[in-house]
Design a protein around this ligand. Structure first.
Ligand SMILES: C=C(OP(=O)(O)O)C(=O)O
Ligand SMILES: [Mg+2]
Length: 716
């Protein structure tokens, strides 16, 4: 056995030039593993205690020699132990310290040791750190999710001596196809921003996290500049690159107010601050706000989450300080819908993983984060991949200590090529009226509504019945029925479209007649079912009306189309809304249940992964899940990934790898298998042919939708 034989430490300097620790763990075999400890500036009050010497003669009292001396005692406690028993070692460290905040031995000494032990364990097991840590959690080690980087391109608050009260203005290249491309997009935008600042005669000096730190006319000017830079770099704001904020509001909480004094705005209350965020969300493509309020202002967070939490990610940092107990309270009180995760806030690897488990159990997002005072240690890059949460915050694409993390992720992405994926936690919602496309709705904030699209009277009942079942199963979601009235008289559209609609009127009646029929069937169904359903009407083009009406939808139910509008609605629902769609077949009888036994049609593609992640509420409710692959060459290996995702949500599944008979279509084989196992619904990714044939579904999707008798949950 490869036991720990020594713990050593150095007082090194961090990115701000302040002292911090580098810990070395040595094993019997000669393995030596290092870890360096980061340090925050805008720290939460409840963070584990960073032990500083307090000797004014050395580094203004910031020396860490006491913490280093404590490594001697730590060494006595864990020497002789197996480094791969991370949880045991972390427990020993916590017990040896004996205080709530790790103040006796110092959280810096403890977290440095804990991280170095993890590295030593990985080396002893002969595996890269990300793979080693992934297998120590319930995350699925068979495939790796590369995180979407949140790059802090404009610094303010406690991280820069400028006119901005808010600490971090970040770009989120979530529309990129891979992490490598996300870095390119981010870097090009960063340089476009530099050019813009230069052109405007503004400073291009950088702050603590590598973002620019100019003096601007107001906090909102930072967002405007970033949107301009995204466009200047040739990307689409929102759809390709979104914005995220970390105001770090505890840092400007003074005398019971939020004092925006750096920008000259002065004190405002939490209502005033929330009004700013609401206004910005309308003006800028913001997908995430972290620490929008001070760490003691839990009611303000709650109100913000209630108001905005269905459309953006609300992250707690100082609020939770990576403490599982505080996260549990936040979940119970619906304070946010996501958590920032910093290893040194809580002080051990094991407790950090416990904080992440609390997020997972709640279905919340989590973002692995650096600190403003960093070192060249890329530990969090491996940690973010291992924890599978899909987001990392590591500063601007500039300054060595920030790039150490991003560059390590590039290396990991290369190493796990063919076994990795890059998947945005944010769904695109295209703006109706503005030039800036907004993105909204994180995967943990899936909306609260099932919207049944009722374009044809003949299929309306069936669509409503299946949608109602789905709403019940999905956790008592509310149900709305939507009819889009494509009225040529009111259509502002190309002449050809208006002509087409007029031709339809001759066959199917006028728009008003079609609306009346749909409403009539709806009223009849409502009286019979006794359900509580909201009726929605929208006059306009199918795609834009649908996008406008499903902002809050968790699921869109659409019946098999038999006319042009419903075909358009199905297409738009799948390809333009970023929401999961429940396709309701109209031929033959429906299965007696819905979602008791779900077949997941699996192939390792982004769409299939998204389909699973976006239908988790229904998968969680299923009594039985069968994963089916058809003609997949690496089937067994690939299935480990989907099983891992299900396991994270407390579900197991049977697996069946099947092959087509000669000449048999894959879609047909899939449906045969689903019926053979007695499934009552299918979950699958929706594919289409190339962009020029955008209106045509991909082969398997087309075949399944043409022939299925089971409802199908689809996600593009
Ligand atoms: C990274 C941050 O800053 P600091 O490390 O100063 O807390 C943050 O607030 O998210
Ligand atoms: Mg923060």
């Amino acid at each position: 056995m490869n036991r720990i034989v020594a713990i050593l430490g150095d007082e090194i300097l961090d990115s701000r030039g302040y002292p911090t620790l580098r810990v070395e763990v040595r094993l019997q075999s000669g393995i030596a593993a290092l870890a360096s400890v980061p340090s925050g500036a805008s720290t939460g009050e409840g963070e584990a205690h960073e032990l500083r010497d307090g000797d004014p003669k050395r580094y203004g009292g910031r020396g860490v020699l006491k913490a280093i001396a404590n490594l001697e005692e730590i060494g006595r406690v864990i020497r002789g132990h197996d480094p791969t028993n991370q949880a045991d070692i972390d427990r020993l460290l916590i017990e040896a310290d004996g205080t709530e905040t790790k103040s006796r031995l110092g959280a810096n000494a403890i977290v440095g040791t804990s991280m170095a032990v993890a590295r030593a364990g990985a080396q002893a097991s002969g595996r890269p750190l990300y793979a080693y840590l992934a297998s120590s959690t319930s995350a699925n080690p068979a495939s790796y999710r590369l995180p979407v980087p949140m790059m802090n391109v404009i610094n303010g608050g406690a991280h820069a001596a400028n006119s901005l009260d808010f600490q971090e203005f970040m770009i989120v290249p979530h529309g990129a196809p891979s992490f490598r491309e996300a870095m390119r997009w981010g870097s090009q935008t960063y340089h476009a921003l530099r050019t813009l600042l230069n052109e405007k005669g503004l400073s291009v000096g950088v702050g603590d996290e590598g973002g620019f730190a100019p003096n601007l006319a107001g906090n909102d000017a930072a967002c405007s500049l970033i949107v301009e830079a995204i466009e200047r770099a040739g990307f689409i704001p929102g759809e390709q690159i979104a914005l995220a904020l970390d105001p770090a509001a505890s840092s400007f909480w003074r005398n019971d107010t939020y004092d925006l004094r750096k920008s000259g705005v002065g004190p405002i209350d939490s209502g005033g601050l929330q009004a700013i965020y609401k206004d910005w969300i309308k003006r800028f493509p913001i997908v995430s706000i972290e620490d929008g309020f001070g760490e003691h202002d839990w009611p303000a967070f709650q109100a913000q989450t209630a108001e905005l939490g269905r459309s953006i990610q609300i992250v707690g940092d100082d609020l939770y300080v990576t403490n599982p107990k505080l996260i549990d309270r936040g979940v119970a009180e619906k304070t946010t819908n996501a958590v920032l995760i910093k290893l040194n806030q809580i002080g051990t690897v094991t407790e950090t993983i416990a904080a992440i488990s609390a997020c997972r159990a709640a279905g919340w997002n989590y973002v692995i984060s650096h600190r403003s005072g960093e070192t060249d240690d890329p530990f969090i890059a491996d940690f973010a991949v291992a924890m599978n949460g899909g987001q990392i915050k590591a500063g601007a694409p500039c300054r060595g200590e920030r790039l150490a993390k991003y560059n390590r992720l590039l290396e990991i992405e290369r190493e796990v090529a063919g076994q990795s994926f890059y998947l945005s936690p944010f769904a695109p919602v295209y703006s109706q009226s503005k030039d800036v496309a907004r993105t909204a709705a994180s995967s943990t904030a899936p909306g609260h509504d099932v919207v049944a699209v009722i374009e044809e009277a003949s299929t309306a009942r069936r669509c409503l019945t299946v949608a109602q079942r789905a709403a019940e199963l999905g956790g008592a979601l509310s149900l709305s029925a939507l009819h889009i009235c494509v009225d040529p008289a009111k259509l502002i559209a190309a002449a050809e479209e208006i002509d087409l609609q007029k031709m339809r009127e001759m066959q199917e009646g006028t728009a008003q007649e079609r609306l009346r029929q749909a409403r009539y069937v709806f009223e009849g169904w409502l009286a019979f079912s006794g359900a509580r359903v909201k009726w929605l009407e929208h006059v306009g083009n199918v795609t834009s009306s649908l996008i406008a009406e499903v902002e809050d939808a968790a699921l869109i139910a659409v019946a098999q189309p038999h006319n042009l509008d419903s075909a358009d609605a199905l297409h738009a629902a799948i390809f333009n809304t970023g929401r999961p769609v429940l396709f309701v077949p109209t031929e033959g009888s429906l299965p007696p249940s819905l979602g008791e036994h779900i077949v997941i049609a699996w192939k390792p593609r982004t769409q299939a992964r998204k389909a699973i992640m976006r239908t988790i509420p229904w998968l969680r409710a299923a009594k039985h899940i069968t994963v089916v692959t058809v003609d997949e060459p690496e089937a067994s290996q690939d299935c480990a990934e989907v099983l891992g995702i299900l396991k994270d949500h407390g579900k197991s599944a049977d697996v069946r790898h099947v092959r087509t008979d000669p000449g048999q279509h894959i879609g047909v084989r899939l449906l045969t298998e689903a019926e053979a196992v007695g499934a009552d619904a299918i979950v699958m990714g929706a594919f289409r042919f190339g962009q020029i044939f955008e209106w045509v579904f991909g082969g398997v999707t087309h075949e399944v939708l043409r022939r299925t008798r089971l409802p199908v949950f689809l996600m593009h």
